[in-house]
Each structure stands twice: as structure tokens, then as C-alpha cells.
Write a protein that binds this ligand. Structure first.
Ligand code: DGY
Length: 412
């Protein structure tokens, strides 16, 4: 085995805490939902049993409502803020946050299902319950697009999309607090103080609602239909349907949810921007920000706007060295190194490229794969990279970046 693949395995193993893997030491010392799912894909290339354990340990945190939390707090780690006592979310079997994260897990289970159909079958009811939760709790009006109730729920914390909806959040009660992230990573690469105040205000709001989904859907100042979460859920639903059809499961129920989302996805289309954009369900406003999420339409199996979406990708490709920037470099909000305001993320590239390949757009699919390979070769398993010069940014020794190297077969 070559050195990069061996390093990738070592990185993931160093981040393993027994039955689960942390995203990276220090900055993220617990089990994160979509990190764990992507990491399982990488683990499966060298230890299938351990990959299933990763998935099962995440599902073990499922709440009775069906929600699978975004963080499972399996041990007390003072290096992280806000920890379990700030969240005050006690509805699940394991201490956790009170929100979810993009539901990529069913697609991962589908990808691994051939290695152990029995273990895959055993997970179908929990995955179905989680997807049903997304439909009920985050799309109560049956629009066919799912909302995030916190920027952290999108997994893409400081996206420019959240700036305008975020203005409605009252931060007056937040008070003093000490961030931990900025003592571990350059503050210029992390969300700003204004963002963080809003994050904490929303955690306080959820705790005051006792993390009751209906109260949050009715009263949260932040309820924004997210392109990436919707696209990822739609693909996961399709993969869950395939699992249900071959292994047994509630296929009819899943089909009905897919049809609803297929009808609803077009709501996110923004003609002015030539892109799928997030939709603030409180104000009714469609964002004009073009983010990498827009290119996930193919991953979701939506091909309606192929020419326009590819035109936008072409335009953006001219202003960066490496695709795909999380935010359009033409936007005033663009920042090449600040977290989700511009940097390239390997997991997003993986999903975008997979979708482009399925759409038959092999040139673009290969370009994005090659860019990802170059970024990792040159910068190591960073959290993310600058699209302008490829500089490695954020945390280092990241599980999901290492996992993408392995799962995508980027090199030995
Ligand atoms: C953080 O703490 O920065 C995380 O992104 C929350 O999920």
C-alpha cells in the first residue's frame, strides 16, 4: 500500500474512540452525524466490520421521535463548547445535541449493503423513521423541501445563506461565553462572533422549547429550506427505497416521500442566480447566493436544469484554481479560507462529482475528482482548502477527508 492511503487509515484510526470516530482531535472531540457516515465509507475499504460498527453506533443515538442527532456526547470533553449541559437535550438514549445533520447515512448503508445484507436490513426501520422525521418535523407543510432550524443542522455553519435569515435572531440574551474553536484554529478561518452569538441564541431557544419539534417549527426565528440537506435527503430516500425493495421495507411510504420531494425541489430554483438556492421559509425569500450545494441537484437525481447549472459551474470554474468553492467567488460574501464562505470540502466534491457522473457529465466529474486528489496530495487531510491556491485550512488530520481519499480510490 502507498503512503497516502496508509496515512489515511492511520488518520482515521487515530481518531477512533473504540466504536466511533471523531472528526478530528481537539476541535471536534465527539461523534458527529455526517462525519461518521462519510468516515464509515472510508473505513469499509479496510475493515468492513468496523465500518458497520461506526454506523450502528450513530443510529444508537436515535431519539424516540426518529431524529438522529448531529452530535452524540459520549464522554465529557471540556475542550468543546457548547457541550451537553448547554444543549440540555435529554430526549435520546445518549446525551446529544438537539438538532440533526444532513442525512447521508442511508446512502452509505446502501453503498455497504452488499458486504452484509443482514446488517443493512436491520437498519432500514431506523433510517425510515429518521427520514419520516425530516418530512414531518422539518417540512410540516409538505412542500417537498426540508428546513434547517440551526446553521449547524445544515452542517455548513457560516454559509452566506444564513446571514439574512439570521438577522431575525435575538441575541440579547446570549451573554458572555468562551469559544474553544478559536483557540485551536486560526480565528480567520472560523465563523465570526456575530454568527456564534446567533448559534448560541438558537441553542437557547431550542432548549427553552424543550427540543419539541412542533414548537420549533412553529416558532423558531430560523427555518430555512436548505438545498444540500434537501438534495442529500432525496438521494438517501432513493437509496433507502432500493434497500427496501431488495431487502424488505416500507417501499410505499418511501415512494410517497420521494414523489413529494421531486415535486418540491423546483421551489429552490432561482432564475436570477441560475442556481438552486436556499429558501427562507419565514420571509418567503429565495437567497441569491450560489453555493456548492446547487451542484448537488444531479446527486439528488434532478436533471431538469442541467444546462443552466452547468453554465453556472463553468462560470465559477474560471475564477478558481480548484473546484468546487462552497460560495461563489463573485459574491461579496466570498472568503477563500473562512470555513463555508468559499473553501473546497472533499466530501461535497465527492457527492457533486458522483452526481455529475450519473448525469453523464464525465468531463466535469473527472475535473472535480482530480482537483480533490491534488488538494489532498498537496495539503494532506485538512478540514478544507482554499479554492484559489489550494492552501490547506481549518483543522488537520480530518477523518472524513481521509475517508474520501480511500472511498473514492484517489490513489494508493
Ligand atoms: C462547531 O462546533 O463548529 C460545529 O460545526 C457544530 O456542529
Amino acid at each position: 500500500m502507498g503512503t497516502i492511503a496508509a496515512d489515511a487509515i492511520r488518520t482515521i484510526q487515530d481518531n477512533s474512540r473504540g466504536g466511533f470516530t471523531v472528526p478530528t482531535k481537539g476541535l471536534y472531540p465527539y461523534q458527529w452525524n455526517w462525519d461518521s457516515a462519510f468516515t464509515a465509507l472510508g473505513i469499509a475499504t479496510y475493515d468492513v466490520d468496523r465500518a458497520w460498527i461506526e454506523i450502528e453506533s450513530l443510529v444508537a443515538g436515535q431519539w424516540p421521535s426518529g431524529m438522529i442527532p448531529h452530535i452524540l456526547f459520549r464522554a465529557d470533553e471540556p475542550s468543546y463548547f457548547p457541550g451537553p449541559s448547554v444543549w440540555g437535550a435529554s430526549r435520546g438514549p445518549i446525551p446529544s445535541s438537539g438538532i440533526s445533520q444532513p442525512p447521508v447515512l442511508a446512502s452509505v448503508v446502501f453503498a455497504l449493503s452488499r458486504t452484509d445484507p443482514d446488517r443493512a436490513r436491520a437498519l432500514v426501520p431506523a433510517l425510515n423513521k429518521w427520514h419520516d422525521w425530516w418530512a414531518r418535523a422539518r417540512d410540516p407543510d409538505g412542500l417537498g423541501v426540508v428546513a434547517v432550524t440551526h446553521p449547524w443542522e445544515s452542517g455548513r455553519d457560516n454559509l452566506p445563506d444564513w446571514d439574512r435569515p439570521g438577522k431575525r435572531i435575538d441575541v440579547s440574551g446570549v451573554g458572555e461565553y468562551t469559544r474553544r474553536d478559536t483557540s485551536l484554529v486560526d480565528a480567520g478561518m472560523r465563523p465570526g462572533k456575530e454568527d456564534y452569538d446567533r448559534y448560541l441564541a438558537l441553542v437557547n431557544f431550542g432548549r427553552e422549547m424543550d427540543w419539541d419539534d412542533a414548537r420549533i417549527a412553529a416558532g423558531s426565528p430560523f427555518f430555512v429550506a436548505d438545498v444540500a440537506t434537501t438534495a442529500i435527503l432525496l438521494r438517501s430516500e432513493r437509496d433507502l427505497l432500493r434497500l427496501s425493495e431488495s431487502l424488505g421495507g416500507p417501499a410505499e411510504e418511501i415512494r410517497a416521500r420521494i414523489e413529494c420531494m421531486e415535486r418540491g425541489f423546483g421551489r429552490l430554483w432561482n432564475e436570477r442566480a441560475g442556481a438552486y438556492c436556499s429558501h427562507d421559509l419565514r420571509s418567503g425569500e429565495l437567497s441569491d447566493e450560489v453555493t456548492s450545494a446547487s451542484f448537488l441537484c444531479f446527486y439528488a437525481g434532478i436533471f431538469d436544469r442541467r444546462a443552466e447549472v452547468l453554465g453556472t459551474l463553468e462560470r465559477i470554474s474560471k475564477s478558481v484554481k480548484r473546484l468546487v468553492p462552497s460560495c461563489d467567488p463573485g459574491s461579496p460574501s466570498f472568503d477563500p479560507v473562512r470555513y463555508w464562505r468559499g473553501p473546497v470540502w472533499a466530501i461535497v466534491n465527492y457527492m457533486i462529482s458522483l452526481g455529475l457522473r450519473e448525469a453523464g457529465e464525465l468531463g466535469w466529474a473527472d475535473r472535480i475528482r482530480e482537483d480533490t486528489r491534488a488538494l489532498i496530495r498537496e495539503g494532506g487531510f485538512a478540514e478544507y482548502y482554499s479554492p484559489l491556491d489550494g492552501r490547506a485550512c481549518g483543522g488537520r488530520d480530518f477523518s472524513w477527508t481521509a475517508a474520501i481519499w480511500l472511498a473514492w480510490g484517489l490513489g494508493d
